[in-house]
Write a protein that binds this ligand. Structure first.
Ligand code: NI
Length: 167
C-alpha cells in the first residue's frame, strides 16, 4: 500500500471530470487500498479518486470511530433525494476550511462495489452529505465553489499562502 499525494485547491486537476470504472481488477483494489490508507493518514473521512489525480468514479468513506468500517463506492448515481441538510463540511484538498453547504438530507444512490456488483445506499445525515461532497469531486467540483465570491477569494488567498509555506 502507499500513501498518495492529495491535490490541493486551487490545483486545476481538481476540476477534471472522472470517467466510469469499467474494469474491476486487482489494480482497482490496490487503488482503493491506497486511497483508504491516504485518507486514514490525512486524517479524513472521505476521499474521491479525483483528489489523488485519478479520473475514475471512485470514492472511499469511513467515519467510524475506530477507522475500521470502510466503504468503497464506484460509479455512484443519485436516484432520488429529499429534504435539506446543512452540515459543516471540510475537505482534504482545502485544509483548515469548514463551511456549511446546502445538501439533500436523504439520498438513494445506486453504485458498484469493488467487485463490480451493483448495490444501493440509502443515506441520511453525515453519510449523505459525505457522499454528495465526494460525488461533486468526481464532477470536478470542490465544495467551496458553492460559497460566496468573497469567501472563495479569502480561501484562495489562504491556500496560496499555505502553498508558499510548503515550498
Ligand atoms: Ni473534499
Amino acid at each position: 500500500m502507499a500513501i498518495l499525494k492529495i491535490l490541493q485547491y486551487p490545483d486545476e486537476r481538481l476540476h477534471l471530470v472522472a470517467s466510469r470504472v469499467d474494469v474491476f481488477d486487482d489494480a482497482l483494489k490496490t487503488l482503493v487500498a491506497d486511497m483508504l490508507e491516504t485518507m486514514y493518514a490525512a486524517p479524513g473521512i472521505g476521499l474521491a479518486a479525483t483528489q489523488v489525480d485519478v479520473q475514475k468514479q471512485l470514492i472511499v468513506i469511513d467515519f467510524s470511530e475506530n477507522r475500521n468500517d470502510p466503504l468503497a463506492i464506484a460509479n455512484p448515481r443519485i436516484i432520488s433525494t429529499s429534504g435539506k441538510s446543512t452540515l459543516e463540511e471540510g475537505c482534504l484538498s482545502v485544509p483548515g476550511i469548514y463551511e456549511t453547504v446546502d445538501r439533500a438530507e436523504n439520498i438513494l444512490v445506486e453504485a458498484q462495489d469493488i467487485e463490480g456488483k451493483f448495490f444501493e445506499i440509502k443515506a441520511d445525515g453525515l453519510l449523505s452529505v459525505c457522499i454528495q461532497h465526494e460525488m461533486d469531486h468526481l464532477k470536478g467540483r470542490v465544495f467551496i465553489e458553492y460559497l460566496s465570491r468573497l469567501k472563495q477569494t479569502r480561501i484562495l488567498a489562504r491556500m496560496k499562502k499555505l502553498a508558499r509555506e510548503r515550498m
